[in-house]
Write a protein that binds this ligand. Structure first.
Ligand SMILES: [Fe+2]
Length: 281
């Protein structure tokens, strides 16, 4: 009986030691695996091959810089500090709008195309057949692209009137800058619910037009009756202005004119005209 108890105690001790050493090995393996995991990628800084207008160092997002496979597109850097558009657009609005809203559209766009043929398509080809694609692609591809354009459309040195070829095209199309401004304002103020107002270039004729789109749609999408390449866009979702302007969308739209980066709009316009054949389908 005594020997039996001794054997039992020895056996129990052996099991306890074996269990403890297995747990130790497991914990070492887990910690080694943790060490081997790559560091989580930071959201910024990354850019979308941004070009420059060559004027006063302002940056422009050119039309043909989006012609890479969609899965390789990066989240753009904001071209200025969060407070750069004060007092027209307050710092907190820009920060939340860029780092939360825009970032979410980008992340969700990549998620929506992951593992599909769309990863290899460029974003224009996605827009051109958007009616056949899932709503998550339509909303997030639009949100990602539209906001990139919007940030570049504004500058703390903005305001005033356009010049050069763009100014001549606006006069030719609308009769005057004031008439264009009126149409753009109307499009922005009367868009029901959330959406955008645009100045765009007709893909086929190269002529300018003003339109507005719902949600995160844009004039490149094949769901639009006015199809064109947008060169100026204003976001009229409440998240773009509510903190400062509350329900007064009209005041936000009026103030927007003080920060329009015409160098960017004009550079995108002339560059698009030179490369338009790439966008014809
Ligand atoms: Fe927005």
């Amino acid at each position: 009986m005594k020997n039996y108890a001794k054997h039992f105690l020895f056996f129990a001790a052996a099991i306890m030691i074996a269990t403890a050493s297995m747990a130790q090995v497991k914990s070492k393996k887990a910690s080694a695996a943790k060490k081997q995991q790559p560091a989580k990628q930071e959201a910024a800084p990354i850019n979308i091959n941004m070009g420059t207008t060559g004027q006063k160092g302002d940056k422009t997002l050119y039309a043909d810089e989006w012609t890479v496979p969609a899965s390789t597109l990066k989240f753009m850097q904001l071209p200025y500090a969060y407070d750069a558009l004060e007092p027209v657009i307050d710092k907190l609005t820009v920060e939340i709008h860029y780092s939360r809203h825009h970032r979410a559209y980008y992340d969700n766009f990549l998620k929506a195309i992951a593992g599909t043929d769309m990863e290899k398509m460029n974003i224009y080809d996605i827009f051109f057949k958007i009616s056949d694609l899932p709503a998550a692609v339509r909303n997030n591809a639009g949100g990602y692209f539209n906001h990139a354009l919007y940030w570049h459309n504004m500058s703390q040195k903005g305001g005033g009137n356009p010049s050069g070829e763009l100014a001549r095209a606006i006069d030719r199309t609308f009769g005057s800058f004031d008439e264009f401004k009126k149409r753009f304002d109307d499009a922005a103020k009367t868009r029901f619910g959330s959406g955008w107002a645009w100045l765009a270039v007709d893909l086929k004729s190269g002529e300018l037009f003003v339109s507005s789109t719902a949600n995160q749609d844009n004039p490149l999408m094949n769901t639009e009756s006015n199809r064109g390449f947008p060169i100026l866009g204003i976001d009229v979702w409440e998240h773009a202005y509510y903190l400062k302007y509350q329900n007064k969308r009209a005041d936000y739209v009026e103030s927007f004119w003080k920060i329009i980066n015409w160098n960017d709009v004009e550079a995108r316009y002339t560059h698009f005209l030179q490369t338009r054949e790439k966008f014809l389908r």
